[in-house]
Ligand binder design. Structure first.
Ligand SMILES: [Zn+2]
Length: 347
């Protein structure tokens, strides 16, 4: 969605949306999957615009759900599973709603909107949500810690990624992402230990973001509440690294343990998986193979098209919705028109 040209976003899609043209186009394959990362909780002031870009305002979320109910057939995640596993036909213009990561706001702020609109959702959560004290997504915490205390000269900088250039002259965000990539090469235990050292370096409590609902991951008690409210749960690895940078053994462990851990903690089968970050720069065919071997029914990307076979149930495309996704753009992405235009334009 980041690549939408201003002309499409501000002129073409609003015009097509206005005349209702987008609402009659059948999405590719006859169905669409929408993906969120939570909503902005009411106790969070939007100070960090970069990391907040993945969240939507609750009112916009409601309008998007209402749009789906008007122009699509919203299906239950279980219906999607039966279609994948048994080939039972989906209704025309089926749409599945999903949400990644399992931040606390999915329970406190997103669930009430889903319930009042009677829309079911498939939530992909990490292994952290099998515990009582789950903490934050490590790469978001790292962003805050690096804002408080630069790593340069601290002795905690990780070795450069093979073939990568030094990023000293880059923007803060580029340096942070380069550090996320380098830390993803550590195994989960070594990365957690390294994060402990970075935390110690930053020391100050003021590096801790304030809104738990914005930043913290669901605990097992909260995840159980979400599941008991009728929502479906899928796996999203144990610790959310960039999988393509991990060893094969580590990728296998991240995928399998997240499935087994959630099944044990929730007492229900975990049949769906979503790749962390889920785009071609963070995963590839090896991850697709390992998700299949782990015994899931299907696995989801976070992009709308993929170079490999689009009907592969372990590389299912999704429309990623973010803060800047206005309704006309939302409609254009769901219809598949946006992906087609991008392919035609070679981007
Ligand atoms: Zn994620």
């Amino acid at each position: 969605m980041r690549l939408v040209s201003p002309l499409l976003k501000h002129v073409v899609y609003p015009a097509l949306h206005h005349i209702g043209w987008l609402d009659h186009i059948m999405p590719p394959g006859g169905y669409a999957v929408v993906n969120y990362h939570g909503v902005v909780p009411s106790d969070h002031s939007v100070a960090e615009t970069f990391l907040d870009g993945n969240l939507v305002q609750p009112e916009m979320f409601r309008r998007q759900l209402q749009f789906l109910k008007t122009h699509y057939n919203v299906i239950r995640p279980e219906d999607f599973r039966v279609w994948i596993e048994q080939g039972k036909q989906l209704p025309p213009r089926a749409v599945l709603v999903t949400c990644d990561d399992g931040l606390v706001n999915t329970l406190t702020d997103m669930l009430p909107v889903l319930q009042s609109e009677s829309v079911p959702c498939l939530f992909f959560v990490t292994g952290a949500s099998c515990s009582d004290e789950p903490g934050m997504l490590w790469y978001e915490e790292l962003y805050h810690l690096m804002c408080t205390k630069p790593l340069i000269g601290s002795g905690l900088e990780l070795p450069l990624e093979e073939g990568a250039e030094s990023t000293l002259s880059d923007s803060f965000q580029a340096r942070w992402w380069s550090t996320v990539r380098r830390a993803s090469q550590l195994n989960a235990k070594a990365r957690a230990d390294w994060m402990g050292l970075v935390r110690g370096l930053a020391q100050a409590d003021d590096s801790k973001p304030r809104s738990e609902r914005r930043w913290r991951l669901l605990s097992i008690r909260e995840l159980t509440q979400l599941a008991e409210a009728g929502m479906s749960i899928g796996a999203h690895t144990t610790s959310h690294p960039i999988l393509s940078l991990c060893s094969e053994e580590e990728v296998r462990r991240e995928i399998e343990e997240s499935k087994n851990g959630l099944e044990k903690a929730l007492g229900r089968p975990i049949w769906a998986f979503a790749y962390p970050f889920g785009n071609p720069s963070t995963m590839g065919e090896r991850e697709v193979r390992l998700a299949r071997e782990a015994g899931f029914a299907c696995a989801f990307l976070n992009v709308e098209h993929w170079s490999a076979d689009p009907s592969n149930p372990f590389a299912l495309p999704r429309t990623h919705v973010n803060r800047d996704t206005a309704l006309p753009e939302f409609a254009a992405h769901l219809s598949g028109i946006h992906a087609r235009l991008q392919r035609a334009g070679g981007s």
